[in-house]
Design a protein around this ligand. Structure first.
Ligand code: GLA
Length: 370
């Protein structure tokens, strides 16, 4: 990393979601937690209007003029979330003019569905605020990051990733009620289980079209249900309302939203009581629902989930994040993680899947500034 004179350092974590997939934009509950893997930035203010962003692993830096951000649209994809967030911040604070230099290093695998984009936005917004002396609450920062995705990156994402990253606390799960959004913390103590992330090896492309399609189908279903029932969010739908949905896509998407919401409430009970074993079937059912009803898993992730879920040391495993590739999350008996890894990889090799899944060791983490 470049060491700027009198620089400050900021760590912003990635996140994974234990349970509650595709519920955030449906006003439902989600259970993400923040990781010890993420982005570390070293930064310092400048005496001009320029922003210089260096990123480890990128051949070139991005250089911008804060007063002229709109002219930089054709940037290297890695820099797009940074630019989107800066544009968002400049819209809210058009008088801001002090530039900064920042050097970013990442320990998150790229395009793995661990929210490197939301982490980048939070990081950029945080530094922008420090430099301009703006005291922005974390919730506002998260909302600005979500708006940046909608406005400038064409992804109509929910609030989960940004909210989790901004508020996440080490050793806690952030239970977010996305209808607010509001949150509270739940203990993350899976002893004797260990949380394991399996990267499918397939770079997740949050194809804005596929993701936005899922969201659009949910919006259509909600509009239909609202003709008969006074609900505000699809996550409030009850199983008997499904009969009103004639379109098979809307039916299946809504069934996932309803059953996933129920699973999250059961998981909250298990986490609160410390009866972690109850999470196993919930994780398995969640994967099955994401496969059959939400149709976001894909054959490789299904093969990995099956291999993991059939392993005696695994309590439960499911796809985490948006889907279309990316990562799975599993609870694995602590003393057998290595054996689990060997067996799952061997199993997949026998299936002749051309996959290089990888186990990513993680602990929990949180934003750190020094
Ligand atoms: C992505 C989006 C989130 C959420 C998840 C699916 O990570 O950014 O808003 O919708 O997918 O749960």
């Amino acid at each position: 990393m470049k060491s700027f004179n009198s620089s400050s350092r900021l760590f912003v974590p990635g996140r994974i979601n234990l349970l509650g997939e595709h519920l955030d934009y449906n006003g439902g509950p989600v259970l993400p937690f923040t990781l010890d893997k993420g982005l570390t930035a070293v930064w310092r203010p400048r005496d001009d209007h320029r922003v210089q962003i260096y990123s480890q692993g990128q051949p070139t830096a991005l250089e911008l003029d804060l007063r002229d951000l709109a002219s930089h649209f054709d940037v290297n994809p890695w820099y797009r979330p940074s630019l989107a967030m800066l544009r968002m911040m400049m819209e809210s604070y058009p008088g801001a003019s002090r530039g900064f230099s920042v050097d970013i290093a990442s320990t998150l695998p790229p395009a793995a569905g661990l929210s490197s984009s939301a982490a980048t936005e939070i990081l950029m917004g945080w530094i922008f605020c420090r430099v301009q002396n703006i005291d922005l609450p974390r919730s506002e920062l998260a909302l600005a990051a979500q708006k940046a995705e909608h406005r400038f990156l064409n992804v109509r994402c929910g609030i989960m990733d940004m909210w989790a990253i901004a508020h996440g606390r080490k050793n806690f799960i952030t239970h977010i009620d996305c209808s607010g959004p509001i949150h509270q913390y739940l203990p993350l103590y899976p002893e004797p289980w260990h949380i394991v992330i399996l990267h499918s090896g397939i770079s997740r492309r949050l194809e804005s079209s596929e993701y936005n399609d899922r969201r659009a189908a949910c919006e259509r279903a909600l509009a239909r249900l609202r003709q008969r029932h006074p609900i505000t969010h699809l996550a409030e739908a009850e199983p008997e309302m499904l009969a009103l949905l004639e379109d098979p896509i809307e039916f299946r998407r809504t069934r996932h939203v309803i059953t996933e919401t129920q699973r999250v409430y059961q998981a909250i009970e298990a986490l609160t009581r410390g009866t972690i074993e109850a999470l196993g079937p919930l994780l398995k059912e969640s994967h099955a629902s994401l496969r059959a009803d939400y149709e976001v898993t894909g054959a490789p992730a299904d093969a990995i989930a099956e291999a993991a879920n059939n392993h005696p040391a695994c309590l439960g495993c499911r796809l985490t994040g948006a889907g279309f590739g990316g990562c799975l999350v599993a609870l694995v008996f602590k003393n057998e993680v290595k054996q689990f890894e060997r067996d799952v990889l061997e199993n997949l090799r026998l299936l002749n899947w051309d996959l290089q899944p990888q186990i990513i060791p993680v602990e929990s983490g949180e934003i750190r500034e020094d």
